[in-house]
Ligand binder design. Sequence first.
Ligand code: MG
Length: 251
Amino acid sequence: MIHRRSLKEIDLMRLAAKILVETFHIVEKMIEPGIKTIDVDKAVESFITKSGALPAFKGYRGFPCSCCISIDEVVVHGIPNSRIIKEGQLVSVDIGVELNGYFSDAARTFAAGTLSAEKKRLLKVTRDSLCKGIEQAIENNRVSDISRAIQNLIEKEGFSVVRDLVGHGIGSSLHEPPEIPNYVDDKREPQPRIQSGMVFAIEPMVNSGGSKIKFLSDGWTVVTSDRKPSAHFEHTVAVTDDGPDILTLGR
Ligand code: MG
């Protein structure tokens, strides 16, 4: 069943999202060559807890940290550690915040120093594909309209969509129905009809090479099978009568 949230509930999620956006302001300033990913994670955890919220990823199915930091060929779910960020790397940071029982979830990919032209293009296309998907999060569309808009842009630009991981509903838990794939899958019929009050975490994961991924032996880290770079952007978006409301813009 897909929850439809009241305006009051959406406002509670907006409060969690506000803290998440403020956390990203700190992260954005920290991401540069020479910093350890664990130090970014410590700053994330400290800011979220000082704000009276909880880092939603910490302890989620045993995840050890407060955010995921995924560099270059790491698609998602990179575990912060003593790895030092280097010049020219793509650094994706994914953060979840829980406040008063409601959740928000967002990811952004940052440039450490100066990126190659190809990585710069990958970052831009991934961000743009998220915007295209969000535009389709409107009443009476189907979830597959979001998927199609994302996939079309990515494939037009010659990149590939990760298929084994998908976006999701979000609300009083981090992951709720429906699944929101970043590609159209005819086997997933019938695709749910979108209604106001639904809240989605839309999150294209885009590979510069092939779409295949692998899990590393830590059980979390997801890398591209061809070890080519990957980027990830995510917003928590509420469907309203006035169209999509991007909660993780912090407004
Ligand atoms: Mg998510």
